[in-house]
Design a protein around this ligand. Structure first.
Ligand code: FAD
Ligand code: MLT
Ligand code: ZN
Length: 476
């Protein structure tokens, strides 16, 4: 038997025949969500306990076979699928999905990494708690994937990124050892805080098998408004007013360009997108959310005062406030449908950038002008988490052109143009999606050599044989 055959026998012994997949349609594991790339796995292995994960890692390490950890495979940067060699094992965490314990007094929940985000949200809500991480992929992305990409989403303005929600981790190391750091402590200064190495590491330093996460009491009410604004400057001014009027009640602040909303109307005509018909379609709209621990009438009063002030100052043209939960969900659904509408429109170029909020209008004005000058006809799809200074400043191929050819020929020069402006504005080329393989080479140009060397030293210390998600994040 050759080494791979022996390994497959060992893996079947660990997780059972049914959970080592080598045949049939493996598209869900081998193709990324954006359909940018398709790989080929030696096998997809689906352990259901931490001990099984450790045994799988040990078996792979013993034969020098590299591992690609995978959760829901919703990542945006081609980080969770195998390469084309047919020699990598995809380690799917989907069966490791128990919610181990909700500790009401400690305000924490301990959950296994394959748990779907929405499942965790719903389980917490049933017990009267909020797990605030929220993103459009929540029906299929997993907690392990969220932690490994340090996902952001739509509530960061109040609750922070996934990193801020995490108090402890359980991790299987590259050597197949289990580190149990699920203490649930809020204070622990006993040396280096290892959890922060694994969060955002995109599976290159260890396999996250469980986490202890912060939860919050459910707010008494959540109100949503959808506002038309005359410019991005006005949206930033509205954000300032929202901070002032709502304070910690401001839990969401998302901006959407008219073209992005137009794609939602085009591909999901059943959705009723406010302010997008008639002669005066506003250039931008904003969705904002007020979570209140007092009462609905208190929240409405705050919202009214905020919107009155905003109308008076001219930073809002018009606004609707949801009357009930169904309307609020429908307004959020419009925002969350933008990436899906973009995917329907065709292959596209994504720039997940962050810039200081105050500088975003100038950044967009300058970059829009440069793109229009050098890439005539390219369609700019601009939306994102303005409350966090994070824009999805995306580009769709010109109407009538072959999107695949456009990406092949123009993605490099378009990225170079956009990231050059991002650098000049002291921004980041990846605010929340990570690096994966799609942005790995870009990182070399946009991160300081000192930081890159420190990252390489960490990688080589924890995974000296480069077995965990090789080729992702870093060039070694
Ligand atoms: P995967 O895609 O399976 O994996 C992502 C990375 O993590 C890979 O590098 C993988 O190797 C690694 N990984 C996965 N599980 C583990 C583990 N247990 N241990 C170690 N490494 C692991 N992202 C945002 O930040 N904000 C958004 O608002 C947002 N919206 C989205 C909307 C849509 C419609 C879609 C499709 C995606 C969106 N994303 C967003 C991107 C994506 O959903 C998130 O990055 C999510 O956190 C990925 O989770 P996943 O389980 O699908 O991970
Ligand atoms: C979003 O905010 O909708 C996501 O990060 C997805 C995307 O950028 O496509
Ligand atoms: Zn996003």
């Amino acid at each position: 038997m050759n080494t791979h055959t022996t390994l497959l026998v060992t893996l079947r012994g660990i997780v059972g025949d049914a959970h080592v997949l080598t045949e049939g349609d493996l598209t869900a594991y081998e193709q990324d969500w954006r359909k940018r790339e398709r790989g080929k796995a030696l096998a997809v292995v689906r352990p259901s306990t931490t001990a099984e994960v450790a045994a799988v890692v040990k078996a792979c390490a013993a034969t020098g076979v590299s591992i690609v950890p995978q959760g829901g495979n919703t990542g945006m940067v081609v980080g969770s699928i195998p390469d084309a060699s047919g020699q990598q094992v995809v380690l799917s965490l989907q069966r490791l999905a128990q919610i181990r314990q909700l500790d009401a007094a400690n305000l924490t929940v301990t959950v296994e990494s394959g748990c779907i985000l929405q499942t965790l949200q719903e389980a917490c809500e049933k017990e009267g708690f909020l797990f605030p991480l929220s993103l459009a992929a929540e029906g299929s992305c997993t907690i392990g994937g969220n932690l490994s990409t340090n996902a952001g989403g739509t509530q960061v303005v109040r609750y922070g990124n996934t990193r801020e929600l995490c108090l402890g981790l359980e991790v299987v190391t590259a050597q197949g050892e289990i580190w149990n750091g699920l203490t649930g402590l809020r204070k622990d200064n006993t040396g280096y805080d290892l959890r922060h190495l694994f969060i955002g590491a995109e599976g290159t330093l260890g396999i996250i098998t469980a986490a202890t996460l912060r939860i919050y009491p459910l707010p008494a009410t959540q109100l949503t408004a959808f506002a038309a604004v005359p410019s991005l400057e006005a949206a930033v001014a509205l954000l300032g007013l929202a901070h002032k009027h709502l304070n910690a009640g401001l839990t969401g602040f998302e901006v959407m360009g008219a073209f992005a909303l137009g794609l939602v109307r085009k591909h999901f005509p059943q959705q009723n997108v406010p302010f997008q018909t008639g002669p005066d379609v506003p250039p931008y709209c904003v969705v904002l959310e007020n979570s209140d621990h007092e009462s609905e009438s208190h929240a409405r009063g705050q919202f009214e005062r905020l919107l009155e002030a905003a109308l008076e100052q001219g930073c809002v043209l018009d606004a609707v406030v949801a009357e009930n939960l169904a309307q609020a969900r429908a307004l959020w659904h419009i925002r969350e449908s933008i990436p899906l509408a973009q995917a329907q429109e065709g292959l596209n170029i994504k720039h997940d950038i962050s810039i200081a909020v105050s500088r975003i209008p100038a950044f967009v004005q300058e970059t829009d002008a440069l793109l229009e000058q050098h890439f005539r006809g390219a369609r700019l799809v601009n939306y994102g988490h303005l409350g966090d200074g994070n824009l999805h400043y995306n580009v769709q191929a010109p109407v009538g052109t072959d999107a695949e050819a456009f990406l092949r020929d123009q993605e490099g020069p378009i990225n170079a143009l956009v990231y050059d402006v991002v650098d000049r504005y002291n921004g980041s080329i990846s605010a929340e999606h990570g690096i994966g393989s799609l942005k790995r080479d870009k990182l070399e140009h946009h991160k300081s050599p000192v930081a890159l060397n420190a990252m390489r030293a960490i990688k080589l210390a924890l995974d000296p044989h480069n077995l965990l998600n090789p080729g992702r994040v870093l060039k070694l």
